[in-house]
Design a protein around this ligand. Structure first.
Ligand SMILES: NC(=O)c1ccc[n+]([C@@H]2O[C@H](COP(=O)([O-])OP(=O)(O)OC[C@H]3O[C@@H](n4cnc5c(N)ncnc54)[C@H](OP(=O)(O)O)[C@@H]3O)[C@@H](O)[C@H]2O)c1
Length: 288
């Protein structure tokens, strides 16, 4: 079985591709840098050079997917400076224009299965309530910059008839593990710069990147067509997570900033993924 991985050289791609190879998939890695793909991906992976944001990508996409039974879209472009002008433009295009192109090309060349990576951070604040997959995403204007492209992306996938393409959407929690934002948080903790906003009682839903990769493999095997899953570890309160992370690297717990705005609380449930995909997160969200 041949599978195209779009966004293969990222943190998740580097965890996912070896797993797919191990499972017996023939992987076609769409990568914008052949050199990077050759460095980070195992031998035996078919590498195809592809800048997803290049002006002529649409005309080249069908041949790039031809012969693949499955497409997994895990490409993203998170800016270094969130507030810079047009900082989110590339990411928005990867979630909108590129999804449209991928879906069209997939249908055109007879791809059977499509997995779309999404994010649980697109839910609004649900406070103490559990968030299951049927909870609406955030449509408010203050988080439009991040949520609107996610809503549009999921809608485009949902609009494809499951008879034509067996699609599945996986909403991942915030990634932890080597190479993720957790590294920067540890640096900040060590430097005494980390601050927990508000009272730290908001829930966060994290997922170790290796567990995100096993969830994709489980979805390829068991996700019913037209399904959506939260892929998260057990939710934890922000304050508790920060304190445990600080303890794991032997530094003082970060201070609370009671005057700061309370962040959204995301207590996402992973029950559906556990029962339907028969998947379990196995890696600790706090580094050993
Ligand atoms: N990070 C999180 O906390 C988190 C949480 C939930 C869900 N997710 C989702 O998980 C997925 C993977 O995230 P990640 O953390 O692995 O991201 P990442 O490490 O930033 O990797 C992103 C991948 O997309 C590729 N890419 C970006 N722009 C491209 C372009 N123009 N043409 C071709 N490829 C391009 C990158 O290629 P290069 O290697 O060349 O840059 C890389 O392979 C994304 O869908 C993301 O939204 C992430």
């Amino acid at each position: 079985m041949k599978i195209a991985v779009v966004g293969s050289t990222g943190v998740l791609g580097c965890a996912l591709v070896p797993l797919l190879v191990e499972q017996g998939y023939v992987v076609r890695a769409l990568a914008r840098s052949i050199k990077k793909a050759q460095t980070f991906l195992s031998q035996g992976v078919e590498i195809v050079e592809c800048d997803l944001l290049s002006p002529n990508v649409e005309e080249h996409m069908a041949p790039m997917l031809d012969g693949c039974e499955t497409v997994v879209h895990i490409a993203t472009s998170i800016p270094r400076d969130f507030t810079a002008p047009n900082a989110w433009e590339a990411n928005t295009r990867l979630r909108t224009d590129v999804v449209k192109i991928l879906l069209k090309a997939s249908l055109g060349v007879g791809v059977k299965r499509y997995v779309q990576q999404s994010i649980t951070m697109a839910y609004p604040d649900y406070g103490e309530d559990w968030i299951t997959e049927d909870a609406p995403l955030d449509m408010s204007s203050d988080r439009e910059w991040v949520c609107a492209p996610v809503v549009a992306m999921e809608e485009m996938v949902r609009n494809v008839s499951p008879e034509e393409l067996q699609w599945c959407i996986l909403r991942g929690g915030t990634f932890v593990g080597p190479g993720t934002f957790q590294d920067r948080m540890i640096e900040n903790l060590r430097a005494g710069k980390e601050v927990v906003p508000c009272d730290g009682r908001n829930f966060i839903s994290l997922i170790h990147v290796s567990d995100m990769a096993t969830a994709i493999v489980a979805a390829l095997m068991r996700a019913p067509t037209g399904s959506v899953f939260n892929i998260v570890d057990e939710p934890i309160r922000q304050g508790e997570y920060s304190d445990r992370l600080a303890a794991s690297v032997g530094v003082a717990r970060p201070r609370r900033d009671e005057d700061a705005k309370c962040p959204n609380s995301w207590r996402c449930s992973n029950q559906a993924a556990k029962s339907v995909l028969e998947w379990l997160p196995k890696h600790n969200i706090i580094p050993e």
